[in-house]
Ligand binder design. Structure first.
Ligand code: TXA
Ligand code: MG
Length: 390
């Protein structure tokens, strides 16, 4: 298995050694190999999207259910025609791509004839994304084909945001990894589908709902599945009533969503799987700062009475009163907004705390607007719905 270390300077430029490494990795992709590579969101596990056998290797390496389709990545707008028929796309989809690519946005489009059936999981559609990362784009450009790439973790594990996390899950199961350093966004892309009149978000991610509406010129809704009580958003939205700031979904709709109507099968297969789960049990606390800290302290005291030996990790904007023996604490560096720092670090923290033997991980939730929607969605999944409103 190859590990190609590539250095990218602050302007996104690569030296000759990096370019040679990328050429090597691209040759491996063209020959049907599976290669992990960095994007601005998380590391992806790539295969030629036109090669069914290569795509099957991705599912195998990850242990991914065969009905969960892969996202296809392109290096430039010129490559869109390799994935779908660009002229047939609804206007709002085209406007969103033009404004928000390269970036953490995946648009569901009708699949072109060459996209392998395994990549689509048999669906007539495919998710396409133009990532904002010089290594990803150079690799795809050199490969000369669209690159199907889910996150480069074992299925059910937190997504990898550096090459070490990829190797921890997949060493020996893939042909190589291009190590381009840590990812900047830290949560996966937003997955959206458009008609001529509106958009529906299947997965909140690095591009906000607000940005999608501004770019596409049409209303963009959360898919109903994201508003179910266990999906994180609904809980955080209800709670944000207390703080007075109404989030993007009308109050009536939020409350209706919490009644969990029968929504039928999820249109985006990934919605139904429990993702991003570390071995420790995760608890998310949502509410005003002081109340969250108090609730965490109380939770800890109760645990200590029963299991004094358990290691606990705490992730919060501030961790006053929580530093004690057996507690690993993280808060963002001074001056860094909590939501952005949490997005960037959450998967790394889940893995690191688990490796340090944490049995329980307590996390302060965030307001579900902007990037916060993606963070709350991932936290609620990692917590399997253990979201405490305080
Ligand atoms: O940021 C990202 O999107 C990363 C990097 C590597 O680009 N990739 C990623 O891929 O997160 P993955 O496979 O872990 O997530 C793909 C999501 C799944 O929830 C899947 O169900 C959904 O996109 N998806 C893919 N194709 C779809 C389709 N045709 N229709 C509906 N949902 C689709
Ligand atoms: Mg994934």
């Amino acid at each position: 298995m190859n590990v190609w270390r590539v250095h990218v300077d602050a302007d996104g430029n690569m030296d000759e050694a990096a370019q040679a490494a990328i050429a090597d990795a691209a040759a491996c992709l063209r020959a049907g190999g599976v290669i992990a590579f960095p994007t601005e969101t998380v590391y992806g596990l790539g295969a030629n999207a036109w090669d069914d056998a290569a795509a099957r290797k991705v599912f195998q390496a990850k242990g991914r259910p065969a009905d969960n389709p892969l996202i296809v990545h392109i290096a430039d707008m010129d490559m869109l025609g390799m994935v779908t028929c660009p002229d047939a796309l609804p206007e709002p989809a085209r406007r969103a791509m033009a404004a928000l690519w390269p970036g953490p946005l995946t648009v569901i489009v009708p699949a072109g004839p060459r996209i392998a059936a395994t990549v689509r999981a048999g669906l007539p559609t495919v998710g396409v994304r133009l990532p904002d990362h010089p290594v990803a784009r150079a690799l795809i450009r050199a490969a000369g084909c669209p690159v199907a790439a889910p996150s480069a973790n074992r299925s059910g594990r937190p997504s990898p945001t550096d090459a070490a996390a990829v190797l921890a899950d997949l060493a020996g199961r893939i042909d190589g990894v291009v190590d381009g350093g840590p990812c900047q966004v830290g949560v996966e892309s937003t997955v959206v589908a458009f008609t001529a009149e509106r958009g529906v978000i299947y997965r909140p991610g690095g591009v906000t709902r607000e940005a999608l509406m501004a770019a596409s010129g049409v209303p963009v809704d959360w898919h109903g599945h994201l508003l179910r009580p266990d999906a994180g958003l609904a809980a955080a939205m209800m709670q944000s009533d207390i703080e007075g700031e109404p989030p993007g979904v009308p109050r009536a709709e939020r409350h209706a969503a919490s009644g969990a109507p029968d929504l039928g099968p999820p249109p985006s297969p990934g919605m139904k799987y429990r993702h991003y789960a570390p071995d420790a049990d995760v608890h998310v606390f949502v509410g005003p700062n002081g109340r969250v800290l108090a609730a965490m302290r109380a939770w800890l005291a109760t645990l200590r009475a029963r299991h004094p030996e358990d290691t606990v990790a705490v992730i919060a904007e501030r961790t006053e009163g929580l530093a004690q023996a057996g507690v690993l604490a993280w808060s963002p560096p001074p001056g860094t907004p909590y939501t952005e720092a949490l997005a960037r670090e959450i998967y790394r923290l889940l893995r690191a705390f688990e490796a340090q033997g944490a049995r329980h991980i307590l996390v302060q939730g965030v307001a579900p607007d902007g990037l916060g929607a993606a963070v709350m969605n991932r936290l609620a999944k990692a917590a399997s719905g253990r979201v405490h409103l305080v």
